[in-house]
Unconditional design. Sequence first.
Length: 215
Amino acid sequence: PKDHNVPIADEIAAVRAMLESMHPYCDEQLLTTGNHDERAKKYFSTRVDPQFLPLINYGLLDLASVGIPNVTVVRNVYDYSRPSGVVMSQVFHNVFVAHLGDALIGHAEVARKHDTRSVAALADWANTWHQQLGFILPKLIIQAHVHGAGISYGHGGHQILVEGGFAGDIKSLQYAHDYGQIGFRPPVFGYTVFEQTRSGDTWKTDLQSVRFVQV
């Protein structure tokens, strides 16, 4: 909950316990950064002279996953193709999304009040910039951050957009009571599943397989 101060060591330990418990069942675990993980970076950036920031390990996901096999903290580096055809190499960085073939999964720090509008905002970014940044136009987009759940369609019906719920322990009614007056929706506990097949050197999503599982 937003008004509870949990020691950072306890949070790191909880994430590590989850990763360790999932390891026997997962060939690969990809971790994308979200606003909760970024708060350490924001804390130090306002309190430490910029010249000393490189000396600080504020990567909470790196700390939580160190030494666990098959865990990758996502760090995307994109080239940018200018309208003139000139390519600017490795000029854009992004840690909030994971690209899995034609699926894009992330925790972009965008929030909209209405159902599936947050994932629609992420889709707007992907649809606008995929060509310039050189990634596949996604057919499936899953967005976290707002803790809600819902499925809609974008790009003329050729994309499935999912708000993927959350895996926390906030009680829904209490959450809505405490924060509903400023537009928060109750969180939904659950997860999204989908199937992909390899085609050449990339993965293609079976859109018929996409479903949200509410726990």
